[in-house]
Design a binder for this molecule. Sequence first.
Ligand code: S3P
Length: 409
Amino acid sequence: MRYGVVAEKLGHSFSPEIHAMIGDYDYELCELSRADFTRFMEKRDFLGINVTIPYKQAVIPFLDRIDDTARAIGAVNTIVNRNGQLTGYNTDLDGLTRLIRRIGLDLRGKKVLIPGTGGTSRTASYAAEKLSAREVFRISRTGREGSLSYEEALRDHADAEIILNTTPCGMFPRPAEQPLSLESFTRLEGVADAIYNPLRSRLVLDARSRGIPAEGGLYMLVAQAVRASELFLNMSYPDDLTDQIYDRILRRKENLVLIGMPGSGKSAVGKILTETTGKPLADTDQLIVEKAGKSIPEIFREDGEPAFRDLESEIIRELSLQGGQVISTGGGAVLRPENVTLLRQNGRLFWLDRAPDSLVPTDDRPLADTAAKMKQLYQEREPVYRASADMIIPVFGTPEDTASLILQQ
Ligand code: S3P
């Protein structure tokens, strides 16, 4: 291996894709057990690597040199091999600092809480101190290394202004978890979360629902990779490279989720979006029919609407674990708030808002098989669609017109 990333588990890493966008070199994933990690580091058969969980501290004894910042942090995520001599750096610090700046957070004089006690938590503490935070506390379940327990944090530090999450709590494949609820934090000004898969953790969505600026870790991931690549290749890139790559990778990873009334054109628009973006199409109604082995009118007739909704939630839970798809939902998919949260974690929700008069009832739609039912349904649901949507797309032309409105966003 010349360049790559080393960790114990790497199932969902975005790093090879990011490095492929940065430059013309191969960047590999390398999963190593602890014993293999020792052998790998002793052999030094690489030019530049990133290391991640759980080796950011364990790697230090194998290095010949360690840059001052990485030493002060006590964690290394980038190693460059120069003529057999290994030097360790911490580019997570550049990544996190840029993420904090991007969210627009000002840490000066603030109380900062950092869930987590691993390598990234050390980087976050260092960043917070460098940015002149007033007080910085790490939080863990065990209270180790002088950290607070979650109970103490909630009891004594509910006046914290900034939260920087460095735990894997809420990461794929358990996106519904959250390290702490934000309810008690009445003075909260911002949240940065190192988790990038899902793109928006529960913590991030919880903050945003309270009007608090918050972002996940994708931007941090891209920024640390750009800085690592500069060190690998001993060159520097234009300052906006991180933003450019972030936009590209976000567009690639995000799901385009179509919501709206029966007959508003979700399926037709979904097909066009799939053809133009190359993202695969998932149609929740179709998946429900496959799973149930019968048609939607049959499910409603034989099992009832609640059974249909349970199947729908199950399909949405499965689909929203993955990014990079076009998801066309059934008209009632957003009625359960949990479905909306799941869809938002990796997706952007577009409401195809078509005027109720032009929605055509059909026999295969048990809740919308007459014009009267359709009208009634629109009235009930209009506020739900509005509240769920990231973007409202007025539907007046052909499905092609609607699809191109979405792609312009
Ligand atoms: C429903 C809409 C349908 C289908 C089911 C229930 C609804 O999907 O999921 O009949 O509650 O609005 P379409 O919106 O694709 O017709």
